[in-house]
Design a protein around this ligand. Structure first.
Ligand SMILES: NCCCC[C@H](NC(=O)CCCN)C(=O)O
Length: 398
């Protein structure tokens, strides 16, 4: 069968399941669950994939992770990624119900043609919890779950179609100031104000922003600002996210921020403790593999998806994802696809849009484009040589 026929057959498989896929997505959207607690989403996704004939490891390394496999060893191993965690307070404001749906639909499409290829193909649909916080993919990477994968793909809903969205490396900084409680209207001089230290720290970072390189970002909150207006706060805590293009740039940004943190302690006479969380919550920048992205773009265009031509939008670099870490261990792509809305992700309006029937064709188109991209590589396995060379070069230049 020609690649074009395989693509048509795989797309038809998605279309045939459209109604069931919408129900699946709705089930996740109506029951938003936070990082590592996505039990219901995990259940419906694994049930669905098992019904579709996948061999499912239901609790793959993590309670709410899964692996659904079809095909055979001995040839290419394609991995399609699902996310399904929600945000506190606003539910699926990042549209992860659609990411899960696209992942499952792509899996169905590739499975439909898996016996038609000239060589064996293994397909894994990987369920990865906790993208919004916690970094589920990083636990799976540490456990070697991507070791035999040739390439990984997922697609993320957004306000624009941006095939090569660049996202930033991110690290969390936690800061605690310790002072001395006292009455703020009597012996004030006996107090050491930890809230003043927190406010100064926050202000120092705001001032630093003017001197930061483009695309360096620092933003955060005062988590604990004291206990009572009539007690000089003796302990405060802050939490910041620092983001930059690469791990090296992130290290440079860390040094500047440490200056802001320590000087606030000196100015107020407080003690300070701080730590950068070098754990699974630390995400790498996203590397979009050029060959995979080019194939994806061509396939998406055939399906009528126009990638955003506005350079002020496509040139933007922002946000972070643990898919970034995946693209540092295997070649991958993470296109952003537009829903018919102006709403920003992480807003209530985006939540609403991610649950509409109107958004369905946009999600299904992405699944078709991802499956077509995989079919292109499987039908021209020599492309894997280029993909691997690019991957090594991207890592070396990172
Ligand atoms: N440890 C912090 C993770 C923050 C991730 C968060 N992700 C998103 O907004 C989703 C967009 C891409 N998946 C972020 O703030 O970038």
């Amino acid at each position: 069968m020609s690649a074009d026929n395989l693509k048509a057959k795989s797309s038809a498989a998605i279309q045939n399941c459209a109604s069931d896929l919408y129900d699946l997505s709705q089930e996740i959207w109506k029951n938003p669950e936070l990082a590592f607690k996505e039990h219901r989403a995990h259940q419906v996704l694994t049930d669905f994939l098992e019904k579709q004939g996948f061999r499912v490891d239901r609790h793959y390394k993590l309670d709410t992770a899964f692996r659904a496999v079809c095909g055979e060893e001995g040839g290419l191993h394609v991995c399609v990624i699902c996310e399904y965690d929600a945000l506190p307070g606003i539910g699926h404001g990042c549209g992860h119900n659609l990411i899960a749906e696209v992942g499952v639909a792509t899996g169905i499409a590739i499975k439909e043609v898996i016996q038609d290829f000239q060589q064996p193909v293994k397909l894994t649909v990987m369920g990865t919890p906790a993208e919004e916080a916690g970094g589920g993919k990083n636990f799976l990477i540490q456990d070697g779950c991507f070791k035999d994968v040739d390439f990984a793909m997922m697609a993320h809903p957004f306000t624009y179609n941006i095939s090569r969205w660049r996202c930033l490396a991110i690290i969390t900084l936690e800061v605690t100031y310790k002072g001395e409680a006292s009455h703020p209207a009597y012996q004030t001089w006996q107090g050491t104000n930890a809230l003043d230290a927190a406010v100064l720290c926050y202000s120092n970072i705001s001032v630093l922003r003017q001197q930061m390189r483009p695309h360096h970002q620092v933003h955060g909150i005062i988590e604990n600002g004291g206990t009572h207006p009539d007690i000089i706060p003796s302990e405060t805590t802050l939490r910041f996210y620092l983001r930059a293009h690469t791990e090296t740039e992130l290290k440079n940004l860390e040094k500047s921020v440490v200056g802001c943190v320590e000087s606030a302690a000196i100015a107020t006479g407080c003690q300070v403790e701080y730590s950068f969380k070098r754990d699974a919550s630390k995400y790498s920048n996203l590397i979009q593999n050029n060959t995979l992205a080019t194939l994806y773009e061509r396939n998406a265009e055939v399906l009528g998806v126009t990638n955003c031509p506005d350079k002020s939008v496509t040139g933007a670099v922002s946000g972070s994802t643990d898919m970034g870490n995946v693209t540092h261990v295997v070649p991958g792509i993470h296109p952003m696809f537009a829903l018919p809305t102006d709403a920003s992700i992480h807003s209530r309006n985006f939540t609403l849009q991610a649950g509409t029937l109107e958004s369905q064709p946009y999600a299904l188109n992405q699944a078709k484009a991802l499956a077509m991209t995989a079919i292109d590589v499987i039908c021209q396995p020599q492309l894997m040589d280029t993909i691997r060379v690019e991957f090594q070069q991207d890592l070396a230049n990172d």
